[in-house]
Design a protein around this ligand. Structure first.
Ligand SMILES: Cc1ncc(COP(=O)(O)O)c(C=O)c1O
Length: 384
């Protein structure tokens, strides 16, 4: 099948090529001064005291959990949504703690429900992970209120949300730690890559330590002559990023604001171009969401009567790639075996009806129109 419009594409050009070449010319590839510069710029951009680069967001989430004390006891529990990528839950299990899945707010707001979070709290609850689905803000004021009342930590999975804001405050800076992804299909892409931001000194210190084997000094410091030896004071990991990816991150950060604006324009065009189907039960989640999203993906929920596989089949024939965000985590075999019998009605309905259309900043206007034309036909076909 010939793909005319992919689901996502990179905005890469001479800036990224030059950034990589510049690093190669320095002859220092592992974590060093370019990474420090990337961390500084990212922290400044989101308005956080600390930004710590790692090699993916899964590691950022794992370190965030450890840094706020999750897993100190095997009975610890973390509440999170099931309508997210499996990494959000895996990161909790790596620490030895348990996950407790909460349902979403509804079909028009696919983020975690603060009310269901409250229902899932037990004496073992240690933290809440708020995932900003598609770069649309969770109900952070309500989540923080619940957390502060009970002394729980809040971690934001901001993998989709660089540059997104709620009440003029960047997502990722509301909780104790925020975790961003720079995977290839994300708003900022470095191949693999991630960033943890925090305003807490203790969290920053712990994350820096655990990122590199719990060592008290880094290869870079020793290279600079700042340290001659090191101690190992904790069981850490090799979660370091490298200079090439950090250089790509710096180049991508410069483009982020403009690219998010372009994503917004495409999203609004989709809403308009498919609006007539709302009469037949098509839902546009987050159309009325507060704040400034980062419009990472374009999700919609097909009418209940529509056959999703027919919709996907028609889009494929038209050369348009689509995807599903997400098969819920609690329905995967591994998680079903671990947490049998769990039901999350809203998550399950949204997941059964969701379809994601292509969205990326370099998408040409004619490609957006091609997708709208194909989706209109596909909806008619799927509803027959
Ligand atoms: C919501 C969410 N959380 C976490 C991750 C994990 O990010 P990474 O691939 O950088 O580990 C992803 C990646 O797709 C994601 O979409």
């Amino acid at each position: 099948m010939n793909i005319l419009v992919p689901l996502a594409d990179l905005d890469y050009g001479e800036e990224e090529e030059q950034a990589v070449l510049d690093v190669i010319h320095t002859r220092w590839l592992t974590m060093g001064s370019v990474t420090q510069e990337f961390e500084r710029r990212f922290a400044e951009f989101v308005g956080a005291k600390h930004a710590i680069a790692v090699s993916n967001a899964t590691e950022a989430l794992h370190l965030a959990c450890l840094a706020v004390g999750v897993g100190a006891s095997p009975k610890d529990e973390v509440i999170l949504p099931s309508l997210t990528f499996v990494a959000t839950a895996n990161a909790v299990l790596y620490t030895g703690a348990q996950v407790r899945f909460a349902d979403i707010l509804g079909l028009r707001e696919l983020n975690i429900s603060p009310e269901d979070v409250e229902m899932k709290i037990t004496p073992h609850t240690k933290a809440i992970i708020a995932v900003h689905y598609g770069g649309y803000a969770c109900r952070m004021p309500e989540i923080l209120e619940i957390a502060s009342y009970l002394g729980l930590a809040v971690i934001e999975d901001a993998a989709h949300a660089p540059g997104a804001q709620l009440n003029h405050r960047n997502l990722g800076t509301w909780g104790d730690a925020g975790c961003f992804s720079f995977f290839s299909n994300k708003n900022m892409a470095t191949g693999e890559g991630g960033m943890l931001v925090t305003n807490r000194e203790d969290v920053a210190a712990k994350v820096r330590l655990l990122r590199s084997h719990g060592m008290t000094s880094l290869t870079w410091d020793r290279h600079q002559g700042h340290a001659y030896s090191y101690d190992v004071v904790a069981l850490g990991y090799n979660y370091r990023i490298d200079e090439i990816r950090s250089a790509l991150g710096l180049a991508q950060l410069k483009k982020l604001k403009a690219n998010n604006v372009r994503r917004q324009a495409i999203t609004w065009r989709y809403w308009k171009g498919l609006n007539d189907w709302r009469k037949f039960g098509l839902e546009f989640p987050f159309q009325r969401t507060a704040g400034h999203p980062s419009y990472h993906i374009f999700p919609m929920l097909l009418p209940k009567a529509a056959d999703r596989s027919l919709f996907i089949e028609h889009m494929k024939r038209a050369g348009v790639q689509t995807s599903i965000h997400y098969p819920p985590i609690h329905c995967f075999s591994y998680y079903r075996a671990r947490y049998p019998g769990l039901k999350l009605p809203l998550t399950e309905e949204a997941a059964a009806r969701e379809i994601t259309l292509p969205l990326y900043p370099t998408m040409k206007t004619e490609d957006v129109e091609l997708v709208i034309g194909a989706a209109n036909e596909a909806l008619a076909y799927a509803l027959k």
